[in-house]
Design a protein around this ligand. Structure first.
Ligand SMILES: *Cc1c(COP(=O)(O)O)cnc(C)c1O
Length: 400
């Protein structure tokens, strides 16, 4: 183990992947705001194309500020390489596209991110890629779903809104066993909710880990971005797709994400502690029917989460003894969290899934897919825990 891999995530978040000095002796990372790069003369150009020198060529193929984001994510995940994209969905879709072809079969847990599911079930199916959705965290069903033509197994942890955590050691082992038999199959995980502070999936044998950097990595609700991390061979496969699709992270957005990541470990530690306290407190309240948080012993995947993760993240889901209107009144009575989709930033955010992601459905249709009108998703920010709980207590009093 090298010196730097023994370091705490607190230190890696600040220094990971960075050179000791930047141009002009600047301490902060420079924003290389350029679309292309110039060559001193034709000889340099020839040397570059002969692979004798390493340098940048054109903005779609690389940018130094974007590369800093990639190196820091790779350092935090403890892997060889990472590639950054314009959004989390660009990272997810291009990673999947890199690993499948016509005739391939993909397996995903049914509660993975809605747009990922949409991409696999409706978009990829147009190109002859089939898929199987297995029940949340059900690794037995996953094992049974694997076929000779299965190329990719997609996990997510913890999931939205019910915070399921599949046993990633089992997932990785199932995939690796098939690979030993020369099947071209890989595992990937959307680890956005966990962050590399709480979970490093590649340590358990998962091949590729994807993040929406929009959430915890950037952490300030002010920028979109995505990353994929893993072995150099697999990441460069995905990076090559970026050359074609052009879903590049902008240098200025990269700067914001890189700057945000400096405080990632601090922020996530506070969010872990607050979310756990909020979840424990909510579980004691008579107005609350149920709480879903993988850090609670009452959660179905608590034992798996405890074994794999060092913290359980900042999102708490709960259900009130109330209806659509009463739940909206509770949300409106909260004075600290803002009503917004997304999570992982410094500001606490609150939402009623029935009115956010599932607005087009009727109450009955929502119940059929397990989304009650009284469900609330609370994405804890970095405010003082006691302030958040006092605020929730005040709002709960209005539910009656
Ligand atoms: C937000 C999110 C995405 C999509 O990321 P964007 O940056 O919005 O494109 C994917 N997966 C999960 C789990 C997310 O929360």
């Amino acid at each position: 183990m090298s010196e730097s891999t023994k370091r705490s995530p607190l230190t890696t978040a600040v220094h990971g992947g960075e050179p000791r000095s930047y141009p002009y002796d600047a301490l902060a990372a420079p924003i290389a705001q350029t679309a292309t790069y110039s060559f001193a003369n034709t000889e340099e150009l020839i040397h570059y194309f002969e692979g004798r020198i390493e340098r940048m060529e054109y903005g779609r193929y690389g940018n130094p500020t974007v590369a800093l984001v990639e190196k820091k994510v790779a350092a935090l995940e403890g892997v060889e390489d990472a590639a950054a994209f314009a959004s989390g969905m660009a990272a997810v879709t291009l990673t999947i596209l890199s690993l499948v072809e016509h005739g391939s079969h993909v397996i995903l847990f049914a509660d993975c991110y809605r747009r990922t599911r949409q991409f696999v079930t409706t978009f990829l199916s147009k190109f002859g890629v089939t898929c199987t959705l297995v029940p949340p965290a059900d690794v037995k069903a996953l094992a049974e779903a694997i076929r000779p033509e299965t190329r990719l197994v997609i996990s997510e942890a913890p999931t939205n809104p019910y915070q399921t955590v599949p046993d990633l050691e089992v997932v990785a082992e199932l995939v690796r066993a098939r690979r030993k038999e020369r099947q071209k199959i890989y595992s990937m995980i959307d680890s956005t909710f966990a962050t590399p502070i709480n979970l490093r999936p590649c340590e358990y044998g998962i091949d590729l880990v994807v993040h929406s950097a929009t959430k915890y990595l950037a952490g300030h609700n002010d920028v979109l971005g995505g990353v994929v991390a893993g072995s150099e061979a697999l990441v460069s496969l995905v990076r090559d797709q970026r050359h074609v699709f052009g879903a590049n992270l902008d240098p200025h957005a990269a700067y914001l994400i890189h700057r945000g990541m400096k405080t990632l470990a601090l922020r996530v530690a506070q969010q872990n502690a607050s979310a756990l306290a909020v979840a424990q407190w909510l579980e004691q309240q008579p107005q609350v029917r149920q709480v879903w948080y993988a850090g609670l012993p009452s959660h179905a995947n608590h034992d798996v989460a405890k074994r794999l993760m060092t913290g359980f993240g900042g999102v708490v889901t709960f259900d009130l003894h109330s209806d659509l209107k009463g739940t909206s009144a509770f949300i409106d009575a909260c004075e600290i969290p803002r009503i917004a989709p997304s999570l992982g930033g410094v500001e606490s955010l609150i939402e009623q899934p029935a009115l956010m992601s599932y607005f087009e459905l009727s109450t009955a249709q929502r119940e059929a897919i397990g989304i009650r009108d009284s469900l609330v998703r609370y994405a804890v920010g970095i405010e003082e825990t006691d302030d958040l709980i006092r605020d929730l207590a005040g709002a709960l009093r209005k539910v009656g």
